[in-house]
Structures are given as structure tokens and as C-alpha cells.
Design a protein around this ligand. Structure first.
Ligand SMILES: NC(=O)c1ccc[n+]([C@@H]2O[C@H](COP(=O)([O-])OP(=O)(O)OC[C@H]3O[C@@H](n4cnc5c(N)ncnc54)[C@H](O)[C@@H]3O)[C@@H](O)[C@H]2O)c1
Ligand SMILES: [Zn+2]
Length: 591
């Protein structure tokens, strides 16, 4: 395997127990590069273990040795450097490392770190027990120390979550990321516009500018690897990023009237400035538009404009536009390049991630479709400022769902930042959307075509949710509202089955409520009365269970329930009794 030669070194950072040293060694082996572990070097130099240096000479002396070792390592070329967990906190170290290499941070949950360190200590008793494990409550200590270092780890160019991955899988991912980060790096000619003075003053920025900071995650499928860009005010970079992805020719923007009236001319201008020929196809907003009829109208227009196979479709809008435009891109001329520019929260964290495209059939939603990945996804979170409040709230349900099924720390992040997130504070909003999109990306990368059942966990809250939507003919609930109630159903079922303590159920409820989502049918009905929302209010439990059993995910067998074993940990169960389901639905009605 070969990494782009312009990356001089690869730096592997992160907390102890994330596998830095082994991963770095494996990468060096694969790339035929040199390998340095700064902690090992220090031990060699000092002739004693690190814990002893700490005890006898103090931390200050250790940090000085560490600085020297890092300086030396940075003078090398084509070297994979594993650094100590606290090294990056030192600004001098950080600056030097950032200048000479790509910094990849390995992440792991505190529980994983604890397990790994504990196992390591148990398997090699001759090594001194790590200071972290000798305190009263090691897990808590790991949590605290990790939290205090998080802002420094966040400065890395790339982060890889290592939980559940083998050393060779992590190594593979670092190598892939380093190639991709370079592929999407701005070209040198982009620097031309800057004054030399500024350039000279800003060496660090120059080193950093070779890496695309807008990438939130990569989606990796059998056929393609592509980035998801997330950022505030990112639309401006759309043309530039399309050129970097080697696209050229005619771009057809597909959008709906709501979104196009807000962003259409801006996007047209951006694409024209980047030398694309541009035309736009604007549809009526609403789910009814996601139809074969609309696809045919778009085909007609593409034919009329003599669209060619290398031209590009740009889907600008919510999930409705994304699904429809993607379906057209997948089928016109047997497939053309396409870009997802999601503008609703649901589209940013869910619909645009994973390559499922399609249209509705009068007999059922999403019955006609394909798996067809875009060249990239670009989410400008600023566009959410114009999204209707109810749509936005509905989208938070999917964000919370992603945390609940896979990432407890992400749930904690949401819990701590509710008010800033609901106020759409740029930095936090970007972080939340990037985090949520990354969770979905991770799942779909493992199971692109939904064959291996790994994607099933994304259906958390959706069994009851779909039942509620179908039983009310998709008129009463927005999708996320039904999913929020569905998540409460699934959590309560988990509790009934002895999987989840009541505290966790309440925690999920509190979080959903703080984001303004309904958590029971009673509460939802009361809020409808207050808001004077119209629609079919009648809902019978029998109607919901019937709709659930007809749902396409059932495959004629027992329903595969996605339940929780813990916050951040989904499990799939097919042995749930109908009585339990009915009892939980009853509870949701009465609350
Ligand atoms: N492909 C997938 O994996 C996947 C996953 C989830 C959902 N979906 C699909 O996504 C669709 C739902 O997505 P949605 O909720 O985005 O619906 P949507 O596209 O209909 O958008 C909702 C409303 O918001 C408006 N809107 C969107 N962005 C806006 C903005 N920035 N400012 C102002 N208004 C804006 C739209 O015009 C529309 O009226 C459904 O068709 C669903 O099947 C697909
Ligand atoms: Zn959903």
C-alpha cells in the first residue's frame, strides 16, 4: 500500500489503551516506513520505566524528555510516530507535529480503554501497572483525564473510533484516511491568492491547509469511498469541492420550491463561478413529489438539455429531493455522478448518508429504488436556520437515536448542550451533525446493502414509529415525532425484558423532551390541541399493531425489535411477545 508521498510523517495520538503503538507499528510495516514510539524511546534513553521517571524526577522532567524525543522524531521522513497520551497537550509538541505530519487521533470509550489496560496489565505482570489503574476508581479517572485532554485531541486532523476494531482494521483505516485527506486537499494554486507575507507568517496554517478540515466522516462501501463534509457556511465551497473531486461539465440542480427560493440562485452562482454549466429543475415540495412521475419529468428535462454521462446531478434539499434526485442519478444513462447537498436536519444526519435512493409507489413508500452512492455529501448547517421549527425538532429524533444505539458519549454531549444546539449555535451544531452523520456512516459502511443485518439497529424506534405513521396515514406525525414515541416504546420494551433500567428509560425521555419531541401519545395529543394542528387524531392500538406487522421490515416472520441493552448499545430481539408490545402501546397512550 502506498500513501501520498507529500505526507512526510504520520503521527498517531490518543489516550493510553487506544492501541497507538501497535497500530503505528502495523502502519509502518504496511507502508514500509520507519516507526518510532516516543514513550519507548524515552524509556530507552532514561534506562528506566516511565512510572519510575515520574516518581523519581517528576512529570516536568518527563515532559522535557518527551519534547526532545518528539523533536528528534520530527526530523525524520516517512516515519510513523506513536506519541504518549499527554504529548499533544504541549503546544510546542503540537505545532511541530502538525507541521511535519498528519495527526491521527485514536479514540475509544472509557470502558474500552479500561478493559484494554486492565487486560494488558494482567497479561504482562512484569510491566509496571499503569498509574491510571492504581487509583481508587480507575474508570472514573480515565473518564476525567480523557475529558480534560479532549480539546487537544480534537485538534488532530482525523479521529478514528477504535472500539470493536482490530489493530489491522484501525491501521487500514488510518492509511485510507490519509490518502483520502490528501485527495481532497486544496490544490496548491489555491494558495496563489494569498499574500506571501501572510503565508510566511502562518506556517502552521500552511501545513494544516493541506488537509481538508470540513470532512466529518468517510463512507466506505464496496464500490466507493467518499467524504461527508459538514460545516457552517459551507455552500460557498461546493463548486471548489466538486472540482477537487474531478467533476466538470453540466450540473443539474434538483430542488423543491421552498429550498430553491432560499438557496437556488446562490448555488447556481457558486457553480457557475467554478466553471460549471448550470441548469435547475424545481419541484413542488412535499412527499407526494417523490414519485415516478417526477422522475420522468426530470428525465425529460435531462434529455432536452442533452445531459451526458459525465455531467452531474446536484440534489439541493431535504430527504425528499435527495431520494428522488439520487434515483434519477442512479438510472439516467445507467448512472451519473451526483452530489448530495442536504438542507434539512433529517437529510443531513440520515437520508443523505448511505446511498439509499428511491421513489414512492401508490401502494407503499420507497418501493422503487436503488443503492447508489453520491460522489460526496456537503451539509451546510447554516441552511437549518430557515428550516421550519417543527421539521427541525423532528430531525433531532434521528440525532438522538444515533447516540442511543451506538454512542453513550454522544448522548452525554447532546444532554450537556441542548439549549445551545436548539439555538443553532454554529460550532456545536456542526459538531452534533458531524457526530451523528459519522455514526450512521459507520453503520452503513459495514453493511452497504442492508444484507448483513447490521443496518437493522438504525431502525431503533422505527417499528412503533412506522406503525404510528401508517395507522394515521402519514398525516398526524412528522417522521421524527413518530420515531421519538417509537423510541420510548422500544425503551419501555427493553425495560420489560429486563435489559434496561428505568433510569435509562427516563434519561432518554428527558433528552427527547428537552429537544421538544413528544414521548407519549397523550403528550402529543395535548400539544396538538394547544397548537391546533389538524389531521386524523384517531388512533387505535389495534391499528398500530396491524400496521407494524405489515411493515416491510418484518419479512413475514416475528418482528425484529431493536432494543437497548444500555444507553449507546442496541440489541436485536425477535422473541418479544405481542402482549408486551400491546402493554407498552397502552402505556404510551395513557401517559
Ligand atoms: N434515503 C434514506 O436513507 C432516507 C432516510 C431517511 C429519510 N428518507 C426520506 O427523506 C424524506 C424526509 O426528509 P425531510 O424530512 O428532509 O423531508 P423534505 O425533503 O420533504 O423536507 C421537509 C420540508 O422542509 C423544507 N426544507 C428543507 N430544507 C429546508 C431549509 N433549509 N429551509 C427551509 N425549508 C426547508 C422542504 O421544502 C419540505 O417542505 C422522506 O421522503 C424519507 O423517505 C430517506
Ligand atoms: Zn427515520
Amino acid at each position: 500500500m502506498e500513501v501520498d508521498k507529500r505526507i512526510t510523517n504520520l503521527v498517531i495520538a490518543g489516550f493510553s489503551g487506544t492501541g497507538k503503538s501497535l497500530v503505528a507499528k502495523e502502519i509502518a510495516r504496511r507502508l514500509n516506513w520507519d516507526f518510532v514510539d516516543t514513550d519507548d524511546e524515552i524509556v530507552k534513553q532514561a534506562g528506566k520505566p516511565i512510572a519510575q521517571i515520574f516518581r523519581q524526577e517528576g512529570e516536568g522532567e518527563f515532559r522535557e524528555l518527551e519534547r526532545k524525543t518528539i523533536r528528534k522524531a520530527c526530523r525524520q521522513r516517512q516515519t510513523v510516530i506513536a506519541i504518549g497520551g499527554g504529548a499533544i497537550v504541549d503546544p510546542q509538541n503540537y505545532e511541530l507535529l502538525a507541521k511535519t505530519g498528519l495527526i491521527v487521533c485514536l479514540e475509544a470509550k472509557p470502558e474500552t480503554i479500561y478493559d484494554r489496560l486492565f487486560r494488558e496489565a494482567a497479561s504482562s505482570p512484569e510491566t509496571e501497572v499503569r498509574p491510571l489503574l492504581t487509583v481508587d476508581n480507575p474508570l472514573e479517572r480515565i473518564r476525567q483525564l480523557k475529558a480534560s485532554r479532549q480539546p487537544y485531541y480534537a485538534k488532530a486532523d482525523w479521529t478514528i473510533h477504535t472500539d470493536g476494531l482490530s489493530i489491522s482494521e484501525v491501521a487500514e483505516e488510518v492509511i485510507r484516511a490519509s490518502r483520502l485527506l490528501r485527495r481532497h486537499a486544496p490544490r496548491n494554486d489555491k494558495e496563489k491568492g494569498r499574500s506571501n507575507k501572510k503565508k510566511a507568517h502562518n506556517n502552521k496554517e500552511k501545513a494544516q491547509s493541506s488537509i481538508d478540515k470540513d470532512i466529518a466522516c468517510l463512507i466506505e462501501t464496496a464500490t466507493q469511498i467518499y467524504p461527508v463534509f459538514v460545516g457552517y457556511d459551507l455552500l460557498d465551497k461546493l463548486g471548489e469541492k466538486m472540482k477537487e473531486a474531478a467533476l466538470s461539465g453540466r450540473a443539474t440542480i434538483i430542488s423543491d420550491e421552498n429550498v430553491f427560493s432560499l438557496y437556488g440562485s446562490k448555488v447556481e452562482g457558486i457553480l457557475k463561478d467554478a466553471d460549471f454549466a448550470v441548469n435547475s429543475f424545481v419541484l413542488l415540495p412535499g412527499e407526494e413529489t417523490k414519485s415516478m412521475d417526477s422522475a420522468i419529468k426530470i428525465y425529460d428535462s435531462l434529455v432536452e438539455h442533452r445531459t451526458e454521462r459525465d455531467d452531474i446531478i446536484v440534489a439541493l434539499g431535504g430527504g425528499m429531493v435527495g431520494d428522488l434526485a439520487g434515483f434519477v442519478a442512479a438510472t439516467f444513462l445507467r448512472g451519473m455522478p451526483w452530489i448530495q447537498v442536504p438542507t434539512s436536519l433529517i437529510a443531513m444526519v440520515d437520508a443523505s448518508i448511505g446511498g439509499k435512493v428511491g421513489v414512492n409507489h401508490p401502494e407503499g413508500k420507497n418501493l422503487i429504488g436503488a443503492f447508489y452512492q453520491p460522489n460526496f455529501v456537503l451539509a451546510d448547517v447554516q441552511t437549518l436556520t430557515t428550516l421550519a421549527r417543527r421539521e427541525l425538532t423532528s430531525g433531532w429524533a434521528e440525532v438522538i437515536k444515533h447516540g442511543m444505539i451506538l454512542d453513550k458519549e454522544f448522548v452525554q454531549f447532546l444532554e450537556s448542550n441542548v439549549s445551545r444546539l436548539t439555538k443553532l449555535e454554529p460550532e456545536l451544531l456542526t459538531q452534533a451533525i458531524a457526530g451523528s452523520a459519522a455514526i450512521k456512516a459507520k453503520v452503513v459502511s459495514q453493511d452497504e446493502k442492508e444484507r448483513e443485518g447490521k443496518r437493522t439497529i438504525l431502525n431503533y424506534g422505527h417499528t412503533v414509529g412506522h406503525g404510528l405513521e401508517a395507522a394515521t396515514r402519514y398525516k398526524r406525525f412528522l417522521h421524527g415525532e413518530a420515531v421519538a414515541i417509537g423510541m420510548m416504546g422500544a425503551a419501555k420494551l427493553s425495560q420489560r425484558l429486563g435489559l434496561l433500567p428505568s433510569g435509562a428509560v427516563e434519561r432518554q425521555q428527558a433528552l427527547l423532551q428537552k429537544f421538544g419531541l413528544p414521548t407519549s401519545l397523550g403528550a402529543e395529543a395535548a400539544s396538538r390541541r394547544r397548537g391546533r394542528k389538524r389531521g386524523n387524531l384517531k388512533l387505535s392500538i389495534a391499528g398500530v399493531t396491524r400496521a407494524m406487522e405489515l411493515d416491510k421490515k418484518v419479512k413475514g416472520k416475528a418482528i425484529r425489535w431493536v432494543l437497548l441493552d444500555d444507553i449507546g448499545k442496541a440489541v436485536i430481539r425477535s422473541d418479544v411477545h405481542r402482549e408486551d408490545v400491546v402493554a407498552v402501546l397502552q402505556e404510551l397512550v395513557e401517559l
